[in-house]
Write a protein of this length. Structure first.
Length: 126
């Protein structure tokens, strides 16, 4: 299999990955965690796991997701409030609520919720 690599500032190292990686979701999509009660808006995508080893090892072995799949950075919310989440593709579902997410950082990157997703602000898109 053809391989590539990229530098992850979060992990502090180069990340080896397959050259082709297929993301199921896009920036601006509203998603829900498969197991835990939170939802969020995707604001960045890593083609494979690119966080710290400590973060990865903190997940119980029987729940630890595969490294070689897309990982998503979310502006997340639950009943306790808003936060940033890092979630593997296998643990995300399309959000069935299809309503806006309440996160204070959304307006920095996105336009208002359009009923399906959050469009990028014009200044943020290429």
């Amino acid at each position: 299999m053809d391989r590539a690599s990229f530098y992850s500032p979060t992990a502090g190292r180069r990340i080896d990955m397959p050259r082709a990686s297929q993301a199921s979701f896009a920036i601006g999509d509203v998603v829900r965690h498969r197991e835990y009660d939170f939802r969020g808006v995707i604001f960045d995508i890593d083609p494979v796991f690119a966080n710290s080893e400590e973060w990865y090892e903190s997940i119980p072995k029987d729940l630890r997701p595969r490294r070689e799949q897309p990982y998503y950075h979310l502006f997340a919310e639950n009943e306790d409030g808003a936060y940033i989440a890092y979630v593997s593709q296998q643990n995300l579902l399309e959000d069935g609520e299809t309503g806006p997410v309440d996160h204070p950082q959304l307006e920095q990157i996105f336009e208002d919720f359009d009923g399906l997703r959050y469009p990028l602000r014009h200044a943020m898109s290429h």
